[in-house]
Ligand binder design. Structure first.
Ligand code: GP9
Ligand code: MN
Length: 727
């Protein structure tokens, strides 16, 4: 190996050889390769912020991923025998790979994201940022991306580099090609060890680029785009009929007691990250874990649900969001946001509320804007504002690795929230209560003593629950102080489990069970997450025991806002309807009802907690019926989403969302919100408050509040699969 490297060095790279080597075909190839790799690394570092590498394995991957792919592709030209054809071909391949790099650099400057094939194909027509396509931002170092190719060309034309007559030869060409392949395979293996399921989950493009490189990412994306395209191409408008028939059959009538109860009110949806129902009313060492949430849960203005289940698949948070915004399921594999979000037709909450009742909309979240492909999806859902990690100071201790800490997220959102036109529909995606549930000591309540369960996840979970609870209290206090409270419906829900099944044996004793008698049904029971709908002024709140899930939230909220849902394609049923079926379908085809649960092929009696090994013929029939109903709901959803059938359907008075309309850049957003608030007709809190900010109404005890902006951030645009092997 050493002598091989020495040999290459002596013959090719040693400065004394430069002149000569450029005159041989293989020498020229190696120089083109080296410069292409250097340019890629330059872009990674200078333009892509080192892809937020966070450990040695990632640094290694970032450094080797350009080598394998570039070598494989460039070495194909070595098989060409004809002289001019070879030189022409290698420079064209070099230019194409450089172009791929360069358009990503330019795109990244504008969107902080990598270009999907869809975007590339539509780039001339898709004017994503609300700016003229082609409004390119140059930087002086851009010259470096093209200089090598220009210099090679000049030197070739001026015959300073002589075109070598001697072909490299098939065998040598094959050797170069094989070395390239070997490096690529090695790269893939290291990537897979460090981050399994990278390709199937596709949670973040940056992750794919970091682990595999731009070329392989683009090829994989092209393959996916092609596959999705094929499925979609085969779709016919008639296929919608089956979906429509299903929706019509399963429509659960409006319950007049609740219809329009919150009509015209602002809506604040708070996504409680990884927060389970098991935490509600939970007492640990004599202290409630979430005293504030408990008070809301039991409040007379709250309609709470204690048999509400999460129904997410691999898309986790993004699946939960998809269900709440569209009342359809995520996909059987991967995340719908990531896989289909670039060109999916949505008829989602923000668009419906805007068009039916004039709602403005925004999402607040302290992680990077591209995670789960949100920047693309939100546009297509019609979200007017996407206030993501890039808007906030997330440096130093202000963030965990998932983003801005919740207390700061709520507090720092106020300058934007107060400028939104009312009524508004906003969503807060919290993150502090995300696995591995570690927060700084300074954020922990010294009076709260957690469990000693044997699992640090379980013990830490209550601690971050408690932090989230405090953050919510502060936010509610602000809502009251600023006057927003009275006119705002606050919806809080947990997106999915925090404690995975492998940790549940540590949870068992806390719940009065033992590791030995813990069953699959116990795990299923833990999939309950809270849903609380808090409507200030409403006095008849209660805890509703109906069985339901995330798919049902959208029609429930629409009806509370006095918006009938009959015309829409939504697969859930209003949780407050008296006509609803209480079959809750999980993404993996399991299901649960108030009586039975089918889990991995075994049916359980929900009330007694026992397995049903010998069902009666009647039970047998019932289970089959429930199973086929469950399958049908999933199949209708998958059909609808995978074939993008909504593009064939326009509900009455619905205007299709035009994603080109939305500009999520911070400068444009700040200007837009300011202009709107300054207009005479403005209904924002800011203008109602005599054009004074209400930020001073916000009291938080977040210890990081006044920390100076630092130079480092903990926020890692990493995958959410850190725990996925556990369940
Ligand atoms: C990421 C956050 C977490 O931005 O929403 O997502 P999850 O890991 O829960 O899917
Ligand atoms: Mn989540």
């Amino acid at each position: 190996m050493k002598s091989y490297v020495g040999h290459i060095w002596q013959k090719t790279l040693a400065p004394k050889n430069w002149g000569n080597q450029l005159n041989t075909r293989s020498g020229f190839f190696i120089w083109v390769l080296i410069l292409l790799v250097l340019k890629t690394i330059l872009a990674y570092g200078w333009d892509f912020d080192w892809l937020h590498v966070s450990d040695v394995a990632q640094v290694f991957l970032v450094l080797i991923n350009p080598i394998g792919f570039s070598m494989v592709v460039l070495s194909l030209t070595l098989f060409i025998k004809r002289r001019q054809l070879y030189y022409g071909a290698i420079l064209i391949v070099d230019a194409v790979l450089t172009l791929l790099l360069y358009i990503n650099v330019v795109y990244f400057r504008e969107f902080s994201d990598y270009m999907s094939v869809n975007t590339m194909l539509g780039y001339s027509t898709v004017n994503q940022g609300g700016k003229a396509a082609g409004a390119i931002t140059w930087e002086w170092h851009d010259v470096l991306f093209w200089a090598d190719i220009a210099i090679f060309l000049i030197l070739l034309i001026a015959r300073k580099i002589k075109m070598d007559r001697q072909p490299v030869g098939g065998w040598r060409a094959f050797r170069f090609f094989s070395v390239g392949c070997f490096i690529m395979v090695f790269n893939l293996m290291v990537a897979d060890i460090d981050r399994p399921q990278l390709l199937t989950r596709q949670f973040d493009r940056e992750y794919m680029v970091k682990y595999l490189g731009l070329g392989p990412f683009t090829i994989y994306d092209a393959y996916n785009t092609y596959e999705t395209g094929q499925v979609r191409k085969s779709a016919r408008p008639e296929q919608l009929a089956q979906v429509q028939a299903y929706v019509k059959d399963h429509y659960a009538a409006i319950n007049p007691t609740f219809y329009g109860l919150a009509k015209g009110k602002n809506v604040v949806v708070i996504h409680l990250e990884s927060f389970q129902q098991v935490s509600i009313d939970r007492v640990v060492n004599g202290q409630p874990v979430t005293p504030f949430l408990n008070s809301i849960y039991h409040d007379k203005s709250t309609i709470a649900f204690d048999n509400f289940f999460n129904q997410v698949g691999q898309g986790k948070t993004s699946d939960a969001e998809n269900m709440l915004e569209t009342s359809t399921f995520g996909l059987p594999q991967g995340s719908l946001f990531s896989k289909l979000g670039n060109d999916q037709t949505f008829q989602a909450m923000p668009a419906i509320l805007d068009q039916r009742a004039g709602y403005s909309s925004a999402v607040f979240h302290g992680n990077t804007g591209t995670f789960w492909n949100r920047s693309n999806v939100y546009r297509r859902m019609g979200y007017q504002n996407w206030i993501s990690g890039e808007y906030f100071d997330v440096t130093g201790k202000k963030a965990t690795s998932w983003g801005l800490k919740d207390k700061l997220l709520f507090r720092d959102s106020i300058p934007y929230l107060e400028r939104l036109q009312q009524p508004f529909y906003v969503k807060y995606l919290t993150v502090t209560n995300h696995t591995p549930f570690d927060i700084d000591k300074q954020d922990q309540d010294p009076n709260f003593v957690t469990t000693n369960s044997g699992s640090k996840y379980v013990d830490n979970y209550w601690v971050t629950n408690h932090y989230l609870d405090q953050a919510l209290r502060e936010f509610f206090d602000y809502l009251k102080k600023s006057g927003l409270y009275d006119n705002t419906m606050v919806v809080m829900y947990g997106d999915h489990y925090g404690i995975s099944n492998t940790e549940s044996r540590y949870l068992a004793p806390i719940l009065g069970k033992t590791d030995g008698n813990w069953t699959d049904l116990d795990n299923a029971n833990l999939q309950r997450t809270p849903l609380m709908i808090h409507i200030p002024g409403y006095q008849d709140g209660h805890i509703d025991h109906t069985y339901g899930g995330e798919i049902d939230v959208m029609p429930t909220l629409e009806h509370l806002l006095g918006i009938s849902t009959k015309r829409y394609i939504q697969l859930g049923q209003d949780l407050l309807s008296n006509e609803r079926s209480q079959l809750v379908v999980f993404r993996d085809k399991d299901w649960i009802t108030p009586d039975y649960a089918s889990l991995a092929g075994v049916v359980w009696d929900v009330r007694t907690g026992q397995r049903i090994d010998n069902p009666t013929p009647d039970q047998e029939k019932l289970f089959q019926k429930l199973q086929s109903q469950a399958m049908e709901q999933l199949q209708v959803s998958d059909n609808l989403n995978q074939k993008n059938l909504l593009r064939f359907y326009t509900p009455k008075d619905f205007k299709a969302v035009n994603e080109r309309y939305y500009d999520y850049s911070k400068s444009a957003t700040v200007k837009r919100l300011r202009d709107e608030s300054n207009s005479k007709k403005s209904t924002s809190l800011y203008s109602k408050n005599g054009h004074h900010s209400t930020v001073s109404d916000y009291i938080t005890d977040a210890p990081e509040l006044n920390d100076a902006r630092g130079s480092t951030t903990r926020v890692l645009p990493r995958g959410s699969d850190d725990f996925s092997g556990d369940d």
